[in-house]
Design a protein around this ligand. Structure first.
Ligand SMILES: C[S@@+](CC[C@H](N)C(=O)[O-])C[C@H]1O[C@@H](n2cnc3c(N)ncnc32)[C@H](O)[C@@H]1O
Length: 233
C-alpha cells in the first residue's frame, strides 16, 4: 500500500516513520510512504499556500489552488483522498480496516485556522478527525492514520495474526472490545501475582479467562463501547 502525505512541513515526518514497525515495513517494501511538500505546487515567488478568510476572522486558511493541483497531479492513484480535520468523521478501527483494503491513501494535512471548505466539498473523499480536540496541524493526525492502517496490512507486523486480537479489532471484525490484560515475568512483583490460570499451561482455560477479562476491562474502562449503538455493526 502507498501512503501519500501532503503537508507544508515535510520534515515533520522524519521522526514518526523512522522507527519500529513502520520503519521495518518501509524497509521490506510492505508499505511505501511518500511525503509531498504542498509548496511545490505554488506558482508565486514566495510559495504562498495560505490567505485570509473571507468575511474576516482570526488566522489564515490553506488556499484551494495548490491543494487541488497537488492532489490532481500525484499520478497513478486509485485510492481515497482524506482531509484531516477536527470537523471530520471520527477515525476508528473500523475506518482503519476499510482503508487497509485500498491500494493507496492520500492524506491532506491542514494548518493555521484550517483549509478552504471547497477542499472538503470537492477534492477530498473523506473528512477525518482523530478525536474531539483541536491539533495545530494535520501532521500528527496523518501519522496516527498511517500507523494504524499500516499495522493491519499483510507482512507489516511480521506475525500476521497479531493485529487481529488487539483492542477494537475483535478477531478481525473491528469490534468493540479491548484487548485482555497481559503479564510477563516475574510471576510475582512487589507482592502482585500474575493470575494463576496464565501459568497453568491449560490453553482452553487461558482462552476463556482472557475473553472474560477483556469483557470485564471493557465494561470497567469503556462502558460506552458495550452500550447498544445504532451506528455499530
Ligand atoms: C488549528 S486546526 C484548525 C481548527 C479549525 N479552525 C476548527 O476549529 O475546526 C489546523 C489543522 O489541524 C488539523 N487538525 C486539528 N485537529 C484535528 C483533529 N482532531 N483530527 C484531525 N486533524 C486535525 C486539521 O488538518 C486542521 O486543518
Amino acid at each position: 500500500m502507498i501512503f501519500h502525505v501532503l503537508t507544508i512541513f515535510p520534515e515533520f515526518f522524519d521522526g514518526p516513520f523512522e522507527h519500529g514497525v513502520i520503519k521495518r515495513a518501509r524497509d521490506t517494501g510492505a508499505i511505501e510512504i511518500r511525503i509531498h511538500n504542498l509548496r511545490d505546487w505554488t506558482s508565486d515567488r514566495h510559495k504562498t499556500v495560505d490567505d485570509r478568510p473571507f468575511g474576516g476572522g482570526e488566522g489564515m486558511l490553506l488556499k484551494p489552488e495548490p491543494l487541488f493541483q497537488a492532489v490532481e497531479s500525484i499520478s497513478g492513484r486509485s485510492g481515497r483522498t482524506v482531509l484531516l480535520s477536527a470537523q471530520g468523521r471520527l477515525f476508528d478501527q473500523k475506518a482503519a480496516n476499510e482503508y487497509s483494503r485500498l491500494a493507496d491513501l492520500l492524506l491532506i494535512c491542514g494548518r493555521y485556522e484550517g483549509v478552504d471548505e471547497r477542499v472538503a466539498e470537492h477534492l477530498a473523499d473523506d473528512e477525518l478527525s482523530i478525536g474531539n480536540y483541536v491539533l495545530s496541524g494535520g501532521e500528527l493526525a496523518a501519522a496516527v492514520v498511517v500507523d494504524t492502517v499500516a499495522r493491519l496490512l499483510p507482512g507489516v507486523l511480521g506475525n500476521e495474526s497479531s493485529a487481529v486480537f488487539e483492542s477494537f479489532q475483535d478477531g478481525g471484525h473491528a469490534g468493540a472490545m479491548l484487548d485482555c490484560p497481559q503479564y510477563t515475568r516475574p510471576a510475582e512483583f512487589r507482592g502482585w501475582k500474575v493470575p494463576e490460570v496464565l501459568l497453568s499451561g491449560n490453553h482452553e482455560e487461558i482462552r476463556r479467562w482472557r475473553r472474560r477479562a477483556a469483557l470485564e476491562k471493557t465494561a470497567r474502562l469503556r462502558p460506552d463501547l458495550m452500550a447498544p449503538s445504532p451506528n455499530r455493526d
